[in-house]
Design a protein around this ligand. Sequence first.
Ligand code: TRH
Length: 373
Amino acid sequence: MATSKHWDIFCKIVDNFGDIGVCWRLAKQLQSEHQLTIRLFIDDLNVAKHLIPTLDTSLAQQTIQNITIVSWSTNTTFIHNAQVVIESFACELPPQYLAVMHPDTIWINLEYLSAEAWVDDFHAKNSKRGQLTRHFFFPGFTSKTGGLLREHDIVNTKQEHLLKSSTLPAHDHLNVSLFCYPHAPIASLLTAIANSNQQVSCYVPNSNILSSVAKFFERESLHPGDQLTYKNLTLHVIPFLSQDDYDKLLCSCDLNFVRGEDSWIRAIWAGKPFIWQPYLQTEQTHIKKLHAFLNLYYSDCPPTSKESIFALHDAWLSQEISSPTWQAYLIHLDKIKQYARQQSYTHSQQTDLATKLVIFSEKMIKNIEENKV
Ligand code: TRH
C-alpha cells in the first residue's frame, strides 16, 4: 500500500460547479499546506475546465499545480489505491477501485455542508461495507464537525491582498456581485435595485441566469462585456472568472449574492455582506438549511440588522423581493459589513476542513496500527 502521504479524491459532477469547486480547492490545499500527493479523479473534464482553465480535456491524465488529474470514466483501471480516499458527496467509488482497496484504507465520504444541529452527531460516524470502513465526514460551523474549507491565510493576509488587487472602479456606487440559480426572483431584485435611491453597479459572471437578466432589460441575449443601465442600476456582464478572480470579486464588492456551497463559503471568507441561496432540495430541506445557517451565523447580530438580513434571504427564496425589503437591508448595510468582517475572523479561528481531514486520517491510521499490536 502507498503511504498516508498519498491521497485520492473522487469527484462526480452532478450539475453546476460546486462539486468540482470544493474538490479542486481541497486538492490544492491538501497538496500545498499538508504536502500530500494528490490524485484527483474527475468524471467531467469539460465542466471542470470552467474552474481549472488550463485543463486539457483530451488527456487521460495530467498534472496541474502539482495535482495529478485523472479523467474518470467507467473504463478507468486502478492498479493501486491511496491510503486515504476521499469520496466526495457520496459519489460512489468505482467497483474497480473498491476491488483493489485494502481493508486498512481510510475511506472518507465528504458530505455537503450544513449548519443544521444534527450534523454534530453524525460527523465522523462510520459504516462497514464488507471488510472496508466508510467514514462520514461532515463539514460544519461547530467544533464537533469537520470544519470549513479554508486556506490557512485567507482571512488574515489573503483577504487584504485580494482587496488591494481589485480592478473594480472607485466610485460611490454600491458594488454588488450576482451569482444565483435561475429560479431566483432576479427581475424583482433588479427592479428593487433600480428604483432605490442608492446607485448600484451589479457584476454578473456569465452563467445560466443571463437569459433572465436579458429579459429584464428587454434584450434577446447578453454577453460578457455588455453593460446596461436602468435608473439607478448599472449592470456589467463579466466572463465566468477563475476561482482566484472570483474570490477577488467577492472581496471587492460591498454585497455578494452567492449560492450552493463553495461560493457561499468564499463569501464568508471575503468578510463582506452576502445573501445566500441554497441549492434547491425536496421537502423544503433547503429552507431548513438556510434558517439553520442564518440562526447560527447571525446569533450575535443586532436585532434590527438581523431582521433585515432574514427578510432579504426569505424574499430571495420565496420569489419576490420588494423595494421596502431591499431598502431596509441597505439601511443596515454598514452594520452588516462590520458583522461580516468579525464573523469571518471568528470562523477562521476554527480548525479548517483540510487540516481536520488530515488529523482524522492520521488518528484512524494510528488506531489500525495499535489494534494490530
Ligand atoms: O455551482 P453551484 O450551484 O454548486 C452546487 C452546490 O455545490 C450544491 O451544493 C451541489 O449539490 C450542486 O452544485 C451539485 O454553486 P457553488 O457551490 O457556489 O459552486 C460554484 C463554483 O464556481 C465555486 O467554486 C465558485 C466558482 N465560480 C468561479 O470560479 N467563477 C465564477 O465566475 C463564479 C460565478 C463561480
